[in-house]
Design a protein around this ligand. Structure first.
Ligand SMILES: [Fe+2]
Length: 160
């Protein structure tokens, strides 16, 4: 990590929202019906929804009982907020270095097949994700996300 890490600024492109829900399939039907969204990937723990262009705009993630209890007392209302960054893998590595330089808690780094995710938390524990797209064609991105059921595999990202 270089001494200039603390000066790295994120350049955000598009965003996505991930929400904890009681029943992802039931919620997906509501998002299809009310918001005219389409399902682009599903597995028992989550359903990914699109407004039609991007591979996902909103992810509906099943809340386990502990999360449900916390939601009922108002402690948790969001799983994470994804921020698509401009740049390449080195830029994601520089942002990782910046987070470490500022003592921001980093939760995990993941391979999503359509890109790489770097998760961190704000001072209240809200989780954010810097997301580097590796599939730049939206139709191909939807296909890949659905084919792999929106994977979240560990990825050994090295900070710069
Ligand atoms: Fe995400």
């Amino acid at each position: 990590m270089s001494t200039s890490s603390i000066n790295v600024k994120p350049r955000i492109l598009r965003t996505h929202l991930a929400l904890y829900v009681k029943d992802p399939e039931a919620s997906a039907r509501w998002y299809e019906d009310v918001l005219d969204m389409e399902v682009t990937a599903r597995e028992p723990r989550w359903v990914f929804m699109s407004f039609g262009k991007k591979h996902h705009d909103i992810a509906l993630i099943k809340a386990d009982p502990a999360v449900l209890r916390a939601m009922q007392i108002g402690e948790i209302n969001m799983q994470h907020y994804g921020l698509e960054i401009d740049g390449d893998l080195d830029e994601l590595r520089r942002l990782y270095g910046m987070l470490l330089a500022k003592n921001v808690p980093v939760v995990k780094t993941t391979d999503h097949k359509v890109g790489y995710g770097l998760y961190f938390t704000d001072p209240d524990g809200h989780r954010f994700e810097f997301f580097l797209e590796t599939v730049h064609d939206d139709e191909e991105g939807k296909r890949v996300l659905g084919q792999y059921n929106a994977p979240s595999d560990p990825f050994d990202l090295q900070p710069l």
